[in-house]
Design a protein around this ligand. Sequence first.
Ligand SMILES: Nc1ncnc2c1ncn2[C@@H]1O[C@H](COP(=O)(O)OP(=O)(O)OP(=O)(O)O)[C@@H](O)[C@H]1O
Ligand SMILES: [Mg+2]
Length: 300
Amino acid sequence: MTDSSFLTSGQTDEAAAGAAVAAVDPEALLTVRHLRVVIDGLHILHGVDLDVAPSGVTALLGRNGAGKTTTVKAIMGLVPRTGSLRFAGAELVKLPTHLVVRQGIGYAPEDRGIFAGLTVAENLRLAERDGSPAYDLVHELFPELKQRAGQLAGTLSGGQQQMVAIGRTLLNGNRLIIADEPTKGLAPKIVSEVADVLERAAATVPVLLVEQNLALVRRLAGTCVVLADGRTAHRGGTAELLADEEAARRLLGVGRPAPGPAAGPAGGPAAGSGSAPASSTVAVPPPVAPTAAVTTEVAP
Ligand SMILES: Nc1ncnc2c1ncn2[C@@H]1O[C@H](COP(=O)(O)OP(=O)(O)OP(=O)(O)O)[C@@H](O)[C@H]1O
Ligand SMILES: [Mg+2]
């Protein structure tokens, strides 16, 4: 999955921007190359490259404002984009959202998109796309959704709402699920529930997970892509990145501060080890203004 021929360590952003198209991983389910987004004249994404593995969880990481949500919105066609988005052999970059969805991509947005005044069953029914929604699968993975079918979604816990959000994406035989910060704002106990939800879902369908909780990322994601300032700054094995204190601090703002006056923000030490795949990194300039660091709050 890892593309060590992509950007070599120490390569600058400028060099990266002018680099040839990154080699394509033939096994990747979704291959994003040179993804650019301009909104109202503002250049938000300058060239995002990422590959989503054909199984399990691929994490999309980066500091606040790095461009993670814009990247997934661009994949879904929710913002104007250029570049290449090859999904299971089909090019999506010119498709509007409803046709991207029909290709088999389920999206659980940052705000969950739950209708609080409707029941769990009604929320799921609204997501049905064809004549044979996979309620058996959804109820098998999340029995609570069956038990709470008549409950108003607005009265569910944050973790239960995430079950609805993820459950909706599983109803229609999707081939990829994209979940944007499903643990945002949740208490640690609920984060743990959501981790279980994602783990169950990922056993069935590959997941592209935008996440700031590194304990959860470490538990779920084999590979990761890190964005910085609207560009891909790193791709590789998750355990490998989190075990590299210097890289984790530079790319994600976590880990022990480096010695000297330019020490970064303190955080929990990154763990993880083992035979991680090779990685590729470009130099990331320090944020201009103080940037919120990725949390190391324990999920599992
Ligand atoms: N519609 C828009 N108009 C102007 N600027 C935007 C728009 N959408 C996003 N941006 C800017 O683009 C940058 C990337 O935003 P984005 O929401 O993709 O970041 P993110 O990595 O998801 O951040 P977070 O971790 O806070 O969710 C930010 O600086 C944001 O302010
Ligand atoms: Mg976001």
